[in-house]
Design a protein around this ligand. Structure first.
Ligand SMILES: Nc1ncnc2c1ncn2[C@@H]1O[C@H](COP(=O)(O)OP(=O)(O)OP(=O)(O)O)[C@@H](O)[C@H]1O
Ligand SMILES: Cc1ncc(C[n+]2csc(CCOP(=O)(O)O)c2C)c(N)n1
Ligand SMILES: [Mg+2]
Ligand SMILES: [Mg+2]
Ligand SMILES: [Mg+2]
Length: 338
């Protein structure tokens, strides 16, 4: 990496965050999974954008065109879910290089439409340009959340229960298989399941909406960069310590037979699972769990929030490890230091 590149994407964003806002109806600007501004007396509007680029987020060997479209929209819907919002609209900007054929480009839109239809979202605009080398897709999504119900990373307080919506690490393990063999190779049925978590992640909208409907203080974040990195984001935004219990963190069934040293690396630092990580005040945890179960949603208590200097710790049978803010970081390389 040359000297001209920013060292860390998080630091870089901070440098470019305006000190003041002009619009009175802005509720949340830069800093969370999405921005929030007042729309009516009942709802706030929630908006965010995420980009996927060939060579960084996918290659023709790791993802079919359909998967790329699907995942680009899924990653964005996931940020709405992390705010407690319901998705409404999306806007697609696409940069097309010469080596992409018409039928491949149609595949991108078919993949987006599958998810857009499922969440009853309308495609309302976009932009189309050419690109010299890589395909790029950038999607802006718009949703809404009931006034005052948005779920922010800074909402965590000491004593809260930490929860996770599902096992993590499967996307990273699927990516490893795809980078080794390419998607046209033959895979066992377990491997195919792992690939599908990488190629077609499921945004956890139902859980986000349930969390927003509870009258409880809840912090929420979606896992794009890995469990450790997203735990740090809550710790830093809330000024708290995140204490994770290794024994409580669900290990994917598919990892039976794999080396724990390898799969804990995927689980803690892999990213792109798009599960939700959150904290809820202890008095509301049982209710949250009960309502989740009734709704067919999986939430697992994986630890506790404590007071002290912001950071993340992993406890295992009396041993304690301070986790690094490591995960996927653009500019500092794959799974570089955050
Ligand atoms: N180039 C930029 N200019 C202004 N704000 C930015 C820029 N890049 C990111 N942000 C803002 O910084 C915050 C963090 O962005 P980030 O992309 O890390 O969040 P995320 O979408 O939850 O994570 P990921 O991109 O890994 O899915 C968000 O509020 C986002 O809108
Ligand atoms: C070909 C290929 N190589 C590596 C990766 C891994 N990867 C890329 S971006 C990212 C984090 C989320 O991105 P963002 O922070 O932009 O949302 C991860 C884990 C991949 N998906 N495909
Ligand atoms: Mg996010
Ligand atoms: Mg983003
Ligand atoms: Mg995101």
């Amino acid at each position: 990496m040359g000297d001209s590149m920013p060292k860390d994407e998080f630091e870089w964003i901070q440098q470019h965050t305006p000190a003041h806002s002009h619009q009175k109806r802005l509720e949340e600007g830069i800093g969370d999974d999405a921005a929030v501004y007042k729309a009516s007396s009942f709802f706030d509007e929630v908006v965010c954008v995420d980009t996927m680029i060939e060579g960084i987020h996918f290659t023709k060997e790791t993802m079919a065109p359909y998967d790329i479209g699907y995942k680009a929209l899924a990653a964005n819907i996931s940020d709405l879910a992390a705010m407690g919002a319901e998705p409404s609209f999306y806007i697609v900007s696409i940069a097309i290089p010469p080596h992409w054929e018409d039928d491949e480009l149609s595949g991108l839109y078919e993949g987006m439409a599958e998810l857009g239809d499922r969440f009853e979202m309308d495609l309302i605009g976009g932009d189309t340009v050419s690109s010299a080398h890589e395909l790029m897709m950038s999607i802006t999504v718009i949703g809404r959340v009931e006034t005052g119900r948005r779920l922010l990373r800074r909402n965590a307080e000491p004593g809260d229960v930490i929860f996770l919506t599902g096992p993590v690490g499967r996307s990273a393990s699927g990516l490893k298989l795809l980078l080794e063999k390419g998607r046209h190779a033959s895979f066992s049925s377990i491997e195919q399941t792992l690939l599908s978590y990488h190629q077609r992640p499921e945004p956890q909208v139902k859980t986000g909406r349930l969390a927003a409907s509870l009258s409880a203080r809840i912090a929420l974040n979606d896992i794009s960069d890995g469990l450790a990195s997203e735990s740090f984001e809550i710790a830093e935004a809330s000024g708290v310590q995140m204490h994770l219990e290794q024994e409580l963190v669900p290990v994917p069934d598919e990892f039976a037979g794999y080396d724990p040293a390898e799969y804990w690396e995927w689980m803690l630092y892999g990213g792109e699972d798009f599960e939700l990580l959150g904290t809820v005040e202890a008095g509301s945890w049982e209710k949250f769990q009960r309502l989740s179960e009734a709704a067919g949603i999986n939430v697992t208590n994986i630890g506790r929030v404590e007071a002290g200097t912001a950071g993340v710790w992993l406890h295992n049978q009396g041993d304690t490890e301070a986790l690094e803010k490591k995960g996927y970081n653009h500019f500092s390389g794959k799974e570089g230091q955050g």
